[in-house]
Design a protein around this ligand. Structure first.
Ligand code: NAG
Length: 141
């Protein structure tokens, strides 16, 4: 297939660095109680190179959290919400952890969040698919 010649001139416009932002709000519970002190991270997963932590916060006494991640890149960021918690977890210092992908429509250009992704209320007693266990995070962060 022939590639129209004018597209070559447009490529430099497409492959420019741009500010990107994503904001997520939500609330965690553990069975019938509010889950305080869970670690919430926004992580950018790259096709090449290591993952990047864009933002980190903890759930407050009401189990609520808010995280805003900023980035700058040529390609749209591939962002995951990663949660570390001790709901139904008796192994100390390990934590249960799960990563969920943020819909790409919530990764927007600019430097302020116009449209937060509402992750809603999640009961972390649920066993999520691809859930993992982290035993080092608490020690090294
Ligand atoms: C952390 O989460 C709390 C509770 O939602 C929020 O009030 C606070 O602004 C958040 N901090 C950051 C740095 O996003």
């Amino acid at each position: 297939m022939e590639f129209p010649i004018f597209l070559y001139f447009l490529l430099p416009l497409v492959f420019t660095f741009r500010d990107q932002i994503v904001g997520v709000r939500g609330k965690l519970t553990c069975n019938n109680r509010l889950l305080q002190g869970a670690t919430i991270r926004l992580i950018e997963k790259n096709y090449i190179g290591p993952d990047v932590i864009l933002a980190e916060n903890k759930t407050n006494f009401q189990g609520s959290y808010e995280v805003v991640g900023k980035g700058r890149g040529m390609l749209e960021m591939n962002v995951f919400l990663r949660m570390f918690h001790d709901c139904d977890d008796k192994v100390i210092p390990c934590q249960r952890t799960v990563s969920l992908r943020i819909p790409s429509t919530y990764i927007t250009r600019g430097t302020t969040v116009n449209n937060y992704f509402d992750a809603g209320t999640m009961n972390m007693a649920f066993r999520y698919p691809d859930e993992q266990r982290s035993c080092t995070d608490r020690i090294f962060s």
